[in-house]
Design a protein around this ligand. Sequence first.
Ligand SMILES: Cc1ncc(COP(=O)(O)O)c(C=O)c1O
Length: 507
Amino acid sequence: MEILSEWLSAQLEQESAEPVYRQLLHLMQQAILTGRLAPGTKLPSSRSLAGDLHVARNTVLHVYDQLSAEGYVISTTGSGTYVADTRPDSAAVSLPPLDGETADEATATASPRGDISSRGQRLIDQAGVSAKQWGAFMPGVPDVAEFPARTWSRLQSRLWRSASHGLLTYAPGGGYRPLRRALSDYLRVARSVRCTPDQIIITTGIHQSIDLTVRLLADVGERAWVEEPCYWGARSVLQSSGLKLAPIPVDDEGLNPSEADLRDPPRIALVTPSHQYPLGMVMSLARRRTLLEYARQHNVWIIEDDYDSEFRYGSRPLASLQGLDDANQVIYVGSLGKLLFPGLRIGYMVVPERLAPIFRTGVAELYREGQLMQQAVLAEFIMDGYLTSHVRRMRTLYGERRQLLIDAVTRHFGDALPVMGEEAGLHFVLGLPDYADDRATTAAALDAGVIVRPLTGYYNGEQKRQGLLTGYACVPHEQIEPAFATLARVIEDQVFARAPNAKQRAA
Ligand SMILES: Cc1ncc(COP(=O)(O)O)c(C=O)c1O
């Protein structure tokens, strides 16, 4: 035991800021874990160790108590304190050999399992999320500076002053009832969605709504149709839930499955009918009806992602697909992220009546939802009319910014670069010639201080169109021209200066 006390006294640092008690505890734990103190070893009495180390006996007694409470040692009244045998059970950690295999062969062939699952690796390899979330020309982001923060804070303070206990617990499955009522009224009027408050499930956003739908309605290995190109976030959620993606091309009328696609019905079809993401077209009525009929016949669940349809310039917002669905095959998902601010993380889904109890249980079971206070503030915000007036004001503002950006494109490039999907939303696509490299252009733009996203990053198949997703909603009017002038210089440099025929400017 002299050896233990010698080792401990060599390790203890008198000058250290860490109290002696903590140093001693860590040293003894380390000695036991590394085998320096073998199982069964009797520890010196507290009195003798304290004497050897020149520390108070109480300090050693506390250390022994803590070691005993954490299972490092066993104390028996009268006979002393012994190091416990906590070595991992060798039978539990080494797998038995397979039938007909000797133990040595099993060890030789066992390959260490990688840290990351293959679906996790694919998620990381294809990740689209960017470090920067704000600035010219970040696509898909509303102008959070315009959010009526004072109104929100007034509603919030009032609710906190009278905070009922019910608002501070976990949310009931489906979310805060008055919010579900307010949303069902809003969606009926604004989006022609047919629903009752019972059919509304509050989530943290569209990502979570898709995740929940997939977990409840599809099995690992089943197929999901996604539009080609599509939002990378939705693709990531589907794929990491173990679904196989089938990219289906889109044309001017939206989703356009081939004969071969139709012969193999998927479990899920994820679509953006009111405003295809990212290209911007609207699914025609004929295609909507065909898709709904196909889903009815083959029992396909359609997820309708209605992420930004309120922002349509020049014409009224288009009705939802869900409103046409007589067979109850559509799961409608939306979010307050683009209407109010992305960090709010409140979204909603409208599910067919027969599925509502399943989704209410599922959401509470999987995610243990809360944020009732935020949900209550939002309910009041909607009921008092602030949502509608904010959206109306933002539609005008974003419409002006969109026009300023289109004017800037025309001023710099004439009609050499097509602007696609500009009728609605918070971004448009600036088409680049086929020979361009939109990823390199995006990286160069970022170096120059401008954010865009490469269109090719949204494709899942081989055929990709070159372009830049260019957002205007979060860019103040006066910054649009100077920021676009910077982007234009990058495009000149990265695209036109590298054209096969350097003078070529055709799209
Ligand atoms: C098409 C589309 N769906 C969904 C989302 C994300 O929705 P949420 O933030 O509610 O998860 C985005 C975000 O940009 C999007 O572009």
